[in-house]
Design a protein around this ligand. Sequence first.
Ligand code: UDP
Length: 407
Amino acid sequence: MIPPLNSYEPIVGGQVLDELRFLSEHLRGRRLQHINSTSAGGGVAEILNRMVPLLNELGLETRWDVIKGGEAFFQVTKKLHNALHGQPVDLTPQNYRVFLETNAQNLKNIPLDGDAIFIHDPQPAALIQAKPRHGAKWIWRCHIDVSNPRWGAWRFIQKFVEQYDAAIFSAPQFSQHLPVRQFLISPSIDPLSDKNRELSEETIASVLHRLDIPRDKPLVTQISRFDALKDPLGVIEVFQSVRKTVDCRLVLAGGGASDDPEGAQVLAEVRTKAHGNPDIHVLELPPGSDVEINALQRASTVIVQKSIREGFGLTVSEALWKAKPVVASAVGGIPLQIVHQQTGLLCRNVASAALAIKQCLCDPAYAKRLGENGREHIRQNFLLMRHLKDYLLLLIALDHEGDVIHI
Ligand code: UDP
């Protein structure tokens, strides 16, 4: 059950909600459609789950569809994802064929009935081929960092992206040279979701007990899909370095996403590396473990996000919202959230991550200050209400290409 809009007033203030209602008046009755590649796991599904009901409440008739594909398709899209993140990946003509065929198949199955169609990320990007038959505004919503892609992969995606009416990127440095309008819209978290709402100390304690995590020592935690780009093996190295001088436990918790076939392999490597160390807790979380994630973050002394590449990094927003000191790599959207030494600590390698974690563990007053600043930074910039407002403004802007807008 998604809380109604006015439940957010105590958190963001009435004026922010009035603005949303005012802007949506200009768009009332408009039909929106979001299409992505998974309904659970990962940041996109996380956002759409919360945003779609609120858009409906604001009077925009909004539906959400998920493309379907077989294992071969998701292996290709994972390779494509890694290549767009700049990883050396060999994409073959057969891979591209699988990608195109699955997109074509989905075009037959998904009814396109939005006035504005948001296509999220590369997986469904080729659905744009329906544009000549379907006179909506088509928007490519890119959540990943495509600033340094493998060029073969980018050129393949680019020829679809160029057909859209607009592209949205999550951070300025992610954008590309494109002949279409580009918008910068950062993602957001929902402060009232099970993953982010306040939890009682009893709930936190009972979840930790159920997950078999002792609270006898400070907890250092990374919550992420088991994905090589989230560098869970690197987190273990960081922990081993910290643990030489400070007693603590490491929690590595995460599950998979249905569009990510590599998770099981990475999880097996993590288990092997953690084997025999009683202070390392590797938790495989089933989909929907929102309260568990919330409790783990709240029970932690320090949160880590040692990604090698990152989209926006919603796990960082979630941890900062809980006023936790966060140590995270300076990649993707993380530097938008962590202003070094003010709202958290940025790191660039194992040594600097270990040093930053030790600083937080050994200086609780400093850690508390970082966490409190971090929470305020998220309140101002990265909550769902700001995100909704950006989408409404984008739709109004697309209606008025080149006009001066009076609203
Ligand atoms: N998440 C989850 N279960 C997991 C791992 C992650 O629900 O096992 C959530 C996490 O809390 C966050 C989102 O999935 O809300 C991950 O978004 P992020 O931008 O950090 O990374 P992505 O997975 O999209 O690369």
